[in-house]
Design a protein around this ligand. Sequence first.
Ligand code: NI
Length: 168
Amino acid sequence: MAKSKLSLWLLRDPGQAEVLRRPARPVDWPVIATPEFQRLIDEMFVTMHEADGIGLAAPQIGQSIRLAVINSQATENRQPLVLINPVIEQTSPEQVSMEEGCLSIPKVFGRVPRARSLWLAAVDRDGNRYRLEAHDLFARVIQHEIDHLNGRLYIDRSTEITSGKIPV
Ligand code: NI
């Protein structure tokens, strides 16, 4: 069965921006086991890979729910990661500033200071709770994706837009 690609919602579209800017609602635990939800996760991975993204949050495909996926290139164990109802339990005081982009704001890049390390609690696609510690790029992507679930975009935190122009 072919896996289909979802359309990416963009900040420059006012109707889509409304969803990108809205705090997403938690995923109800019984929903996780449904074929529809499992297919949504698969389709988010396909969409992220085809767009060359390292992470993708559900509001970016028009679903205002607390779900995000992270590319295996960005995780510390090199396995793809699913985050359902994720919570950052602690961040390191040490911050690092690096350039970021976002699939919802194409061709724009900016420097963003973020915690270098964090401790995450979330639920996986089998409905099991997990905790992990993340550093550097992995920690940055987690923070970027959880921001999406709170209606925040990296441009809100950027100290300098290095390339492109933010859509108004
Ligand atoms: Ni993004």
